[in-house]
Design a binder for this molecule. Sequence first.
Ligand code: HEC
Ligand code: HEC
Ligand code: HEC
Ligand code: HEC
Length: 440
Amino acid sequence: MLKVKLNHLLIAASLFVATLSPLQLLADTVLPQYSDDVHLGVTSCAGSTCHGATSPWKGSTVLQNEYITWDRYDPHSKAYSVLLNDVSKQMAKNLGIGKAHEAKICLDCHADNVAEKNRGRVFQISDGVGCEACHGGGERWLGLHVSGVASHQDNLDAGLYPTEDPVKRAELCLSCHFGDDKKIVTHRIMGAGHPRLDFELDTFTATQPAHYEIDKDYYERKIVSNGMQTWAIGQALALEKRFEALLKMGETGGIFPELVLFDCQACHHSLMTQKWQPRPGTGLGPGVIRFDDSNLLMLQIILESIDAARGKALQRKTLELHKASTTNSKEFYKMAQSLRDEAKELVSVFSSYKFGKKDVENLLRKLIKRTKEAEFFDYVGAEQAIMGITSVLAAADKMGLKKSTKQIQSSLDTAYQALENYDSWDYAKFKSAVEKINFN
Ligand code: HEC
Ligand code: HEC
Ligand code: HEC
Ligand code: HEC
């Protein structure tokens, strides 16, 4: 479900402008759910002198009222309670898994579902996606970080998860907003009633109610990634995960591969209206199931803007992948493997690339050009395109380029409206709104 994510731009405009520190790739870090550290529970973070203050503290490097923000505004604090609602009950019944709020498959993404032995005295599963589900079990770093003498690096060394690092953040968010090798929302779970998952790292980072402030001291303490870079890394990692899932589950499910990895609307749309039209980037004819290539489309554009030849090559490979999906399953999985490896490589390419002013122009121009060429005819592509445009504009504003004028805000509003209803989204309205964006 695509919610209106325009507040992204509004938030971005007020952010502190500063030079960015280069991104340092951190050594292998284990996701909070799979590390051996004990998770102490949200209560351990929520003391009034810790992160449970009622309003931000002056003079503190962090806001101190993170708990209130999370508890009142952040959907992650409600992630467990949705497992008790009627939709979840029906889903659990359809799947025959007992109670949703007791089923591992649901808890793994809707709570901080660490092993029993890794739960502290006041840990409560009903806290949902609590602080330590993202920041890592506090066993080793809690004492250290309240002592006030530990540096951020000391905390990281003691198991604090590096949420500020865009690669590590992408891995964390995607592990629930797409899935990982241990958990995923399959088409069977969707069929039982789970909502479709959409994700874009930079937009979702901006949409999650902020319990932190990127101010001057933040820049001194932490890595701050340019929004375009966060977008690019999120796309590459999402693609890597999609292909990994395909390679793991594709050939094991009977005559059909795992359908959740394909474009839902290739199958799910009304038969009463004829709507097919060719999409240049697939080369496919009518009546064919399409692999969800929305991340590939974004990556082609990002790559083309920083390395034209490589971007074109990725376009060719995407065509080959689509072609193989209808002609040669062996070739299809071979392409998937090679594109998975390429996506992995792109994560490090984007991590060391310095996104700047010229990329803003390049990326916006290409996103709008592809819209004109009708490349975003599929909902998933249109959805990623609009989030991408928003992300680039927000980054431009942060760099002081002031791109998002009233005219652009209004075009974006219209484009988001066109996408609001998944079942009856309005392609023509989306396309004409994006084409009207004039950023010069
Ligand atoms: C791979 C992780 C994952 C798994 C597994 C998973 N979910 Fe979800 N679920 C999510 C995410 C992420 C969202 C939020 C989607 C969004 O809004 O973008 C969500 C949303 C939902 C919603 C809608 C919430 C709302 O606020 O309307 C329900 C209901 C739900 N899930 C129930 C379940 C149940 C029941 C199970 C187990 C059968 C389950 N989920 C398994 C990740 C998961
Ligand atoms: C869904 C993931 C998620 C959850 C849940 C979450 N956080 Fe965060 N938190 C983040 C991200 C992302 C950042 C920004 C990147 C960073 O600074 O590490 C952040 C930043 C912070 C910061 C750093 C502020 C600064 O200026 O350095 C603190 C403190 C914090 N969170 C505390 C909490 C507390 C306390 C809770 C629970 C009440 C919580 N977080 C829940 C993801 C999360
Ligand atoms: C442990 C699993 C988990 C992790 C990790 C996680 N999320 Fe979520 N997220 C969820 C679930 C489940 C929901 C749906 C909750 C609900 O609807 O009550 C959700 C909802 C959201 C929403 C609201 C979506 C909407 O359509 O309104 C945003 C935004 C979001 N997450 C961003 C993030 C970001 C950014 C990160 C990484 C820093 C992240 N999440 C990490 C499980 C997770
Ligand atoms: C290859 C075709 C195909 C693709 C791709 C596909 N589905 Fe399905 N879907 C089906 C079929 C077939 C059914 C079973 C219909 C039935 O039982 O009547 C189904 C059932 C469903 C149902 C249950 C509908 C009902 O009436 O109970 C949901 C929800 C659903 N799919 C969601 C999705 C989502 C979300 C995606 C994309 C992430 C997706 N599907 C991708 C073919 C597909």
